[in-house]
Design a protein around this ligand. Structure first.
Ligand code: SF4
Length: 242
């Protein structure tokens, strides 16, 4: 049986309006320019954002927070600078691969990336870079390039799964399509909606949910049932700013 979502466009907007009213616009993604956003999107997997900030600070202090200077850096030296972000050898390889793509495709100018490609084509090209998964590619598209792509993460699955609005086991792209087909194709909306979900997941819809203080409780299957559930930490929690 196909996995389903029960979300209507009106309900999806109501959830966003309530999260926005509770916490205000999140102003993501913090970072000094689009290249730093790309670097952060690569480094943020499986670590807390504070560790990403330390690694980015190392890159800045070494004067290599620039595509051309980063490419000239010895791979071992790059890995050492990325140590605070964890999995630093793997992340160094991924960052070099993304940087090579950026230099090859756009001469190092992130904003020029994909000028000749629609979003789907550019996404496909990003996903061909070794080590770049769908969440990283979509984070780059949305937060560095302003493309209207909805980023899905473990917080999204947990919150909307608990609400009874989608099956959390749905494929990444199926969940992405639920949001993208029901919401207006507005990159600013997608930007802040994802940010709100992450902050809500960190502060309220936690592994042990705080339903008593949740602004979407009356819309939520688990919340209206008493909120007694503990699924443990999501397996793919992406600790991003917030
Ligand atoms: S009511 Fe509880 S389970 Fe539902 S979204 Fe809010 S915190 Fe999460």
């Amino acid at each position: 049986m196909a996995r389903r979502s029960r979300m209507s466009a009106a309900l999806l907007m109501e959830v966003y309006r309530r999260l926005l009213a509770a916490r205000g616009h999140q102003g993501w993604w913090p970072g000094d320019g689009p290249f730093e956003v790309v670097v952060g999107a690569v480094l943020t997997q499986n670590t807390a954002w504070v560790n990403v900030e330390r690694a980015i600070a190392n890159l800045r202090a070494a004067g290599v927070l620039d595509p051309h200077r980063l490419a000239a850096l010895d791979p071992d030296a790059l890995a050492a600078l990325l140590r605070p972000a964890g999995y630093f050898n793997v992340k160094a390889r991924r960052l070099r691969a993304v940087n090579e793509f950026l230099l090859r495709e756009a001469g190092g100018d992130v904003t020029a990336l994909g000028h000749d490609h629609d979003t789907g084509a550019l996404r496909a090209r990003l996903l061909r870079i070794p080590g770049v998964g769908r969440e990283t590619a979509d984070s780059i598209l949305l937060y560095a390039l302003g493309r209207a792509v909805f980023v899905v993460d473990a917080y999204t699955r947990r919150m909307f799964g608990r609400m009874g609005l989608l099956d959390p086991a749905m494929d990444y792209d199926a969940i992405r399509a639920v949001f993208e087909t029901r919401l207006p194709p507005d990159a600013n909306l997608f930007n802040d909606y994802h940010a709100q979900i992450v902050i809500h997941g960190k502060e309220t819809c936690r592994p042990r949910p705080r339903c008593g203080e949740c602004v979407t409780r009356d819309l939520c299957a688990l919340g209206t049932a008493g909120g007694r559930e503990d699924r443990g930490e999501p397996t793919e929690v992406r600790h991003v700013p917030g």
